[in-house]
Design a protein around this ligand. Sequence first.
Ligand code: GH3
Ligand code: MG
Ligand code: MG
Length: 427
Amino acid sequence: MKTLITPGICLVAVAALLHTGVIAPSPALVSYAFYGAWIAGLLLAWRFHSTRIFAALVMLFLAQQAINYFSGGHVPPGAPGMKALAAIGILLPLDFVLLSFEKEQGFTVPSLAPVGLLLFVESVMVAVLCRPEPIAAALRAAHRGFPAPLAFATQLAFAAAAVILLIRYLLFHKPVESGLLWALAASFLALRFGGVGRIPSVYFASAAFLLAGSIVETSYLLAYHDELTTLPSRRAFHDALLRLESPYSIAMVDIDHFKRCNDTYGHDTGDQVLRMVAARLARVSGGGEAYRCGGEEFAILFSGKTTAQVVDDLEKLRADIEASTLHVRGPERRRETRGPDRRNPRTRGRAQTGRAIRQLARETPSSEISVTASMGVATSRRDNPSAKEVIEAADKALYRAKAAGRNRIETASAPRRRVRAKSADIA
Ligand code: GH3
Ligand code: MG
Ligand code: MG
């Protein structure tokens, strides 16, 4: 949610500072800010392979340039300028929505060609629509009062695009969706205040800044969050360790026989199992914060708690993981005979390894996969709160849990607690 709220706060702050007169930037400063944000955004988009933000920045630039050009840079903008405002007011929201549905495909000609073509067609459309009219008509339009309220169609287009982008953000929690949404809001304000002049330019610059910011936010998320499970990553874990104060407990968690799970059901199903376990870890009770340290290994940090205070929460978590199931269709279907073997007798032998795996899958009694996890937990010592030592102690306890039969919790300190092992479905 932070990725949605932060850009919004930035935009509200800019609007408040601008309209209360606290900041009154000179045109040179505004233009410097716009081009600065725009160039920085383009470079970041290129470095981080975000074709969507790159395209959004190009669209924003063309929109701003079109309004500027057809209004002749004058306020009020005159008939061609008003037409440009109306056309941009429909095309920009439409383009941003299209971009939000696009997949990032890297900076290759085939992936950029459709966007390039769209922009070319739109530029020609705007140019034809906004060609200068006889002077009398232009004057009439200019005397209609300024700033003119935006056409209903423009307001509708922006509102519909904002709703779609918001829904997409709520579904996928991607900073790019949030960036597009807030850049759209800033562009709306730019158009609302006439599209040309100091205030609209500040809003266009803000839109470019918000788009560039969404790339920074994306790279932060990638660095600190694991993409597969969405849990905070090992890097986030090490950052959190620096902020800890004694007492605290660390539980190391490792899925049991996960290699077998991968071998039986395939890597993709293994990934789904990882996501399922991660979802259980994310809702651990007792104030624990779960991290994915790598592979099928996780860590849980309990700040301000001792082993005795967290062992019940870990036991609930262990039982929760054991009770969770993932439905898979593959092994169930394969149990039915498929008639005579129609494979090429010459190449049949090559499938030996695959056959062994399928055999294992067939032996699986149900198509519901469940796994178990072993845990080792340790608490910081008052005299030595070093996280390295606590992790080592928790790792040793985890090793003991594995050696003692898995699906159990071992503590680094007495009293030792064991939970009766129940073999996993795939074990
Ligand atoms: P143990 O009970 O002793 O922990 O046995 P194990 O099979 O879980 O242990 P091991 O560490 O040998 O195997 C871990 C496996 O996890 C090996 C690797 O293929 C798999 N793995 C690691 N990362 C991923 C991942 O991101 N996705 C999937 N599907 N598998 C992964
Ligand atoms: Mg492991
Ligand atoms: Mg394991």
